[in-house]
Design a protein around this ligand. Sequence first.
Ligand code: UFG
Length: 329
Amino acid sequence: MNILVTGGAGYIGSHTSVSLLEAGHNIIIADNFSNSKPEAIENIKKITKRDLIFYEIDVTNEKSVDEIFSKHKIDGVIHFAGFKAVGESVSKPLEYYYNNLVSTIVLSKACLKYKVNKFVFSSSATVYGDNKVPFLEDMELLPTTNPYGETKAISERILTDTAKANPDFAVSILRYFNPVGAHHSGLIGESPRGIPNNLMPYITKVAKGELEKLRVFGNDYPTIDGTGVRDYIHVMDLAEGHVAAIEKLDKGVHIYNLGTGRGTSVLQLVEAFEKVNGIKIPYEIVQRRPGDIAECYADASKAKKELGWTAKRNIEDMVRDAWRFEKGV
Ligand code: UFG
């Protein structure tokens, strides 16, 4: 297939681009480097020894998007491009709603106009809110605590309604749990700007000596050791989930959890990192972070049954590959 990958220079987008090229698909990447770097494009080509088409555009720009669709025969779209910092979304709600919703609308309109019938969307487990774990795709969604989460829930609705009104337009909504790690080459990975908000990049910065110590947000949750539990998933497993999703996509709207189905606490992740990489991670316990939930993990059986996909890599692979990327090979 010829697949348009928006946000293909970003963290999950670049890994998925590698998997798509390795599976034999052709890709067109559209990215404005708002939270990524041009090197990612070169490194995708280096890893796969394949070429790709690249456009530096903003996918909220209808004219630029139309130009791509008019020039190329596209079979499907995987839409990653979007703002994703939970905390920032609280202080910049309009930027988040505008960017994340308009991009989804503009791309869907282009798909209908050019009869592109496959759309895979990057959603998030955040749409489950504080439901009871494990999270199942058909659970009623609960309000999220931030504009970022709302943009994911609203985008899901926009795509679902569009597919209902246009039966040829098939949509796969992928709800990611906590993607971590990097491609084993160490050439692509997660490079957040400034001080990381997420746990794994924070740990790797502490390991590197760039940050003094980890702050563990609360140890009084009703979990195995009191710290927050998440379903960490290796980014290459997540990437492979996208290949399965677009290859299987035919008719209708399909929602899949992409997670491992296993929960790991903050302290368990720190311990695994220390053990595998032989580096001590100093930490202190601080107050809970507002908006955090105690536990978040997937019931991942639907993706296994319908897509034939399961996560293959374990926590040890995740902490090893995250560190290999951060320290540079
Ligand atoms: N944590 C710390 N210290 C830190 C950072 C995080 O203790 O410096 C803890 C959090 O309290 C939480 C866990 O580590 O218990 C994971 O936190 P992250 O910030 O890495 O991830 P979240 O689960 O909060 O959020 C992530 C993505 C969201 C997405 C959500 C889906 O950042 O975009 O998963 O479940 F919506």
